[in-house]
Design a protein around this ligand. Structure first.
Ligand code: NI
Length: 493
């Protein structure tokens, strides 16, 4: 059953796979010939049926650190799912150990992991995890790529692409040679046949084997990404059966993306799209609250949408760009069912630690992803962790977005069960409240029916955030944390 769902996904992939190079512009030509051979053509996750995501987070007001680890969950690939889950849990544990107790270090240490699909075919599945770690001064970046063989049901690290230790030794020698022209900043002597060093490998569209090194691994930390492409013919004799399949998968995907693309969905700028429409409730005369759900869409979002529909309640979803592109059907449903889709950045990094260019990139890519699905760009931004600085607000202003935080925190991340979440929300709610919840937690979604019943019993109407402000409206670049705040009375961060 699982297997056939997975294969159905692959069939779809054949119709609409389109690669995105690391440096590809999403609005450019369909086909990008990589000028840089170490670019990997990632598979559009929206084309893979049976794909969901899982998230581990930490980062409420009392926590000494920010953590957001996301990884894909693929139907029919349980060994891979187990490996990714174990890796995520290990990373969280190690980061907690490294960052000690809850000492108030500022800026907060942060761990962020997101993912891409290096391949997704009946021959091979590759998941590339990108880790960013901030320990007080700068970000350290690393990648790790896991592989799955649908023929055997087994998962492997990147060295699983190779035919044993002799192949790894030969590869290390080839990589050393290839690094010869990179100048003195790369220390070739640090390249050894160590599996830990070769933990992120994938194939480019020509079938060349791309080997990636983490920051500081083979040279100065300031070098950035160091990667080498070993030509397909040289790599071929080094590959295992899985490696050969993965190579074929990358070439096949590239061939398909070169064929005329069959669009699976045509976005429209329909005036009926509701993602930025204020709605008809007058909160000057009604008791309104705005339920907001962050970090999705995820595995419980569909059930949450059913509950909201059943109770005829509307909400605001601050979605992550990476998840929008993985599960566009849920975003489409939100919009069609009268909810508002806001922007929660691409991968949930604390934007206040990022240069403006990166903030613009993260928010811009997310707006593009939302717009591709529902035909409208979000009008609201909620910065991850609620962390805002003047640069973040400037970027939001330039994008035409208001910045929304909250004044009621459900604290659902640390709650022991749904009843605790419901009680906290119901007790703290007040007219004009903006209530923070997360649709990536099962307990949060479990709490929603009770919250809706009890608050409605107290006379509340559930609206989207802009409805709280009625005809006054919301201004781009301005911060909003509650519907009660009058314009001009807010702190300027
Ligand atoms: Ni969040």
């Amino acid at each position: 059953m699982h297997k056939s769902r997975f294969c159905a996904g692959i069939a779809l992939l054949a119709l609409s796979a389109s690669g995105c190079g690391l440096a590809a512009a999403s609005n450019g030509e369909d086909i990008m010939v990589p000028a840089e051979p170490t670019l990997i053509d990632f598979v559009d996750p929206a084309t893979v049926v049976g794909l969901s995501t899982a998230t581990l987070t930490e980062g409420d007001a009392t926590s000494g650190r920010y953590v957001h680890i996301k990884y894909p969950v693929l139907a029919g690939a349980s060994a891979l799912n187990r490996a990714l889950k174990a890796r995520a849990e290990r990373q969280l544990k190690e980061f907690r150990r490294a960052t000690g107790g809850n000492a108030p270090i500022l800026p907060k240490p942060e761990l962020n992991v997101d993912w891409q699909l290096a391949a997704a075919s009946p021959d091979a599945v590759g998941v590339r995890l990108r880790t960013g770690e901030f320990l007080g001064t700068s970000w350290g970046n690393s990648t790790r790529t896991y592989w799955f063989d649908p023929h055997t049901g087994k998962a492997a690290g990147s060295t699983g692409l190779l035919a044993g230790k002799p192949a790894l030794e030969r590869l290390a020698a080839l990589v050393k040679e290839a690094l010869a022209d990179r100048g003195g900043q790369v220390e070739r002597s640090r390249v050894t046949a160590d599996a830990g060093l070769f933990d992120s490998m994938a194939f480019n569209r020509n079938g060349d084997l791309v080997v990636e090194f983490d920051d500081c691994e083979v040279g100065r930390c300031s070098l950035g990404r160091v990667a080498v492409a070993i030509p397909a013919q040289q790599a071929a004799p080094l590959l295992s059966e899985l490696g050969r399949r993965a190579q074929r998968a990358a070439r096949d995907a590239a061939r398909r993306s070169a064929a005329p693309e069959v669009p699976s969905f045509t976005p429209t700028s329909s005036p009926d799209a509701v993602s930025s429409r204020a709605g008809g409730v007058d909160c000057r005369v009604r008791k309104c609250v705005a339920l907001t759900f962050d970090d999705g869409p995820g595995p419980y979002t569909g059930r949450l949408l059913n509950i909201l529909a059943e109770h005829r309640a509307r909400a605001t979803f601050f979605a992550l760009g990476g998840s929008v592109s993985a599960e566009p059907a849920l975003i489409r449903r939100m919009s069609m069912e009268g909810h508002l889709v806001g922007n929660h950045s691409w991968s949930h990094k604390d934007l206040s630690k990022q240069p403006s260019s990166k903030v613009a990139d993260s928010l811009g890519k997310t707006s593009d992803a939302v717009s591709e699905v529902i035909g409208q760009r979000p009008s609201l931004v909620r910065p991850p962790y609620g962390a805002v600085n003047p640069q973040v607000r400037d970027v939001a202003r330039e994008m035409g977005c208001a910045v929304v935080t909250w004044d009621v925190d459900s604290e659902d991340e640390s709650a022991k069960d749904a009843a605790e979440i419901a009680d906290r929300v119901v007790h703290a709610a007040h007219p004009g409240a903006i209530i923070l919840m997360h649709d990536i937690h099962r307990e949060t979604v479990d709490a929603v029916p009770d919250i809706l019943r009890r608050l409605r019993g107290n006379g509340y109407t559930f609206v989207t955030v802009p409805e709280l402000y009625g005809p006054v409206g919301m201004q781009a670049g301005r911060m909003y944390r509650s519907g009660n705040e009058l314009p001009g009375k807010q702190p300027l961060t």
